[in-house]
Design a protein around this ligand. Sequence first.
Ligand SMILES: [Zn+2]
Length: 291
Amino acid sequence: MRKVLIGEVNTFIMVAGLLFILMLVFAMPTKPRMWLYPLVRQAVQIKVNYEARDMATYETAHFRIKYAPVDADTVSMIGQAAEAAYQPVIETLQYAPSGKTLILIHSNKNQLRQAFGWSGNESAMGVYWGGTIQLLSPHVWLNDGESVEEFIHSGPMVHEYTHLVFDHITNGNYPRWFTEGLAQYVEYRANHYEWITADNVLDNRMYTMRELEDSFDELSNQSLAYRQSLAAVRYIAEVYGEDTLQDVIKSLKAGDSLDKAISKNAGIDYAVFENSWKQWAEVHMNKKTEK
Ligand SMILES: [Zn+2]
């Protein structure tokens, strides 16, 4: 079992100090914020790693999975799904983070809620946070008889690992909707998986770009907000090309706002972009068989 090599008090002071910086970070100009961001992310990783010090560890080539005994029978499946996610994600984003990625398995919903301070009914199969991937045990949500293939196809690994790699590339310089769109885009490409519900048809009820940007998490129809995010990213990749999507990511890495990154690389005014992707999405994304 791996242990962090520093004492508990030092860890606490360091994490508290860096979390304080995190609060300042959100009021800071882009460049210094992007410079500090990896330090904060690393502090979170140290904290999570320390809190999981008594848990068992299962290692694969690129991941280190921490789990409780009750989830021991799921770790080899999670390891396989994580490794299956690795290649498509680093190929699409053209970047591989160094070292092994920490995956922490929470045995039940309460544990996951506690870890993130969620008070209500919030739940998720997976969460990307501070350089770590935290999963709800497949015991809770995988139906009996479902296979590793099912877990690879519709499980959270490609999605969460995309968030992680993109976060490493851009050091936090992105709005939430864009990372959600990108994570779904890689799932769509790698696994042909799309989150389609009865409530997320892309029609004239779509949220405005402003709503997606300012209050993504508060929007009442989350499945629609997610579907729209995928639509905007697919529009860039499929109409302007994969290279343009890469260029947008490079611009974010260089510190541009998303608005500037898109208008510069796609040569389209941001206001026009909104109308264009919505029109495109209505035509190309409302048929389930559409590819
Ligand atoms: Zn996500």
